[in-house]
Design a protein. Structure first.
Length: 463
């Protein structure tokens, strides 16, 4: 399992050796299928640092370097934006000789990292890593009628996602790479939709996507609003939580043998084994002894590294907004995990147009004819630009949504989608610089008003 780098927060690599004089870090950054060995074309940075004052260690901070290679976009499609990071560390002594086995923190750096445009909070400490499958914070999720719910999950750690309605499973999906032996960044973040189709958000879109014809008349419009596709009230996200790491010491069919293990104390038949060499997974079917496990599949061979993990479940509540006379607006933003997340603003919205211009006074006199045209502008405008703004209001929401609102405020990339016949994505820039986080005990009902600028001029001035 690849450790996560949140590139909006610092990520440190520490190199220590009792005889250390200097350390070199070669940073390979790339997209696509994970390489088993560094590719020269992917070498982006080579950094050398000497230790100071005989402390025998060197620290590298790599987040800002990695972030240059992540560009998260949203055009109505929910895609995975991540990169592999392979740091190669070499330690040297005072004579320039290579030191063997330096102590490197994090210790699993040789397994490569996967990086997103996420961040950690101060209270989460150094090198925060979110390995709980769900790539959004827990809290009540809201949807509008006939709109699916998109749940971002990490393919590295998530096991499955199930959508329920009134206690019955309506859709369930196992999470894995299409080719587990060749994990790729385009699948690192998966967006699982409650209607099993994350590319179509409404009944109309599903008709058109399937090659049908949507006849736009008042009768069909009334029919379209009479049912709800993708309705759910709970989401279960199961993920793997690491228990221990080890290396197989012999090869036996459908077994894991590790002579250094204590499986009777650490393993259970409900746990899973992931082969870290080829990324295959099997469930433990029996604990045979301290050193041997029976597996559901033949995935382990001598010398291969493994991870033992157990399954833990996130439970998310989903509520559907009642129909409103206001046009619902979906705001999509990059959350603290570096994934796309949706929030719905279903109450009143106000739009405004702001302009900036330069004025000057022109001479309109015609001395040749000793007159001037009174219809000409004496006061003139130069370089006029206009920018639209919009004020959005949420409905009354649960207090558990406060963290989602907080992450929207902290997001550097935000988009708005109007949920009308033509779903047009508009880039936004948050205008509100402060927001009072509301609590039920203080405010009784929780509702938020947020102001945004459209992140482009109204007049096309792209040159």
């Amino acid at each position: 399992m690849a450790k996560l780098i949140n590139t909006r927060s610092p990520f440190y690599i520490k190199v220590y050796h009792a005889s250390l004089f200097e350390a070199k870090l070669q940073l390979y950054i790339y997209e696509g299928v994970k390489d088993t060995s560094p590719d020269a074309a992917d070498l982006k940075y080579t950094i050398q640092k000497a230790e100071l004052e005989g402390n025998n260690y060197v620290v590298f901070e790599i987040s800002q370097l990695v972030r240059d290679y992540i560009e998260t976009k949203y055009d109505g499609e929910y895609d995975s934006y991540a990169v592999w990071v392979n740091p190669v560390v070499t330690a040297f002594d005072t004579s320039g000789g290579t030191l063997s086995s330096p102590t490197v923190t994090p210790s699993d750096y040789t397994s490569q990292f996967i990086a997103t445009d996420g961040y950690g909070y101060f209270e989460e400490g150094i090198n925060p890593d979110f390995d709980e499958g769900l790539m959004m914070s827990e809290g009540t999720i809201y949807r509008v009628n006939d709109r699916s719910v998109n749940i971002p999950v990490s393919t590295e750690t998530a096991n499955s996602v199930s959508f329920l309605l009134n206690g019955e499973t309506v859709y369930s999906k196992l999470i894995d790479y299409a080719d587990p032996a060749n994990p790729t960044t385009s699948e690192a973040i998966q967006y699982i939709a409650s209607d099993s189709n994350s590319t179509a958000d409404s009944y109309k879109e599903r008709v058109l996507e399937d090659g049908g014809v949507f006849e736009d008349n008042s009768l069909l419009q009334a029919f379209e609003g009479s049912f709800d596709i993708g309705a759910v009230d709970e989401v279960y996200v199961n993920y793997y939580k690491e228990v221990t790491l080890g290396t197989a010491t012999s090869t036996t069919s459908n077994k894991l043998v590790d002579s250094l293990a204590q499986f009777t104390n650490t393993a259970s038949s409900s746990y899973f084994i992931r082969n870290l060499t080829d990324n295959t997974i099997a469930q433990i079917t029996a604990v045979d002894s301290d050193t041997t496990l029976s597996l559901s599949s033949d995935i382990m061979a001598s010398g291969e590294n493994y991870e033992m993990s157990r399954t833990i479940t996130h439970v998310l509540k989903v509520k559907t907004f009642d129909c409103s006379k206001y046009e619902p607006i979906r705001v999509t933003f990059v959350n603290k995990y570096g994934a796309l997340q949706d929030l719905y603003f279903t109450r009143r919205s106000n739009e405004s147009l702001n302009i900036k211009k330069q004025d000057y006074k022109a001479s309109v006199i015609d001395f040749a004819n000793f007159s001037y045209d009174t219809s000409e502008h004496q006061m003139r405008t130069l370089n006029l630009v206009g920018n639209e703004s919009i004020t959005l209001n949420t409905d009354y929401i649960d207090e558990s949504c406060n963290e989602h609102i907080r992450q929207l405020m902290l997001s550097e990339q935000v988009w708005m989608t109007r949920l009308t016949d033509e779903e047009k994505v508009v880039p936004l820039k948050l205008k509100s610089n402060s927001l009072q986080i509301k609590k039920k005990v203080n405010d009784k009902l929780i509702q938020y008003t947020m102001k945004f600028d459209v992140a482009s001029d109204k007049i096309n001035n792209i040159r």
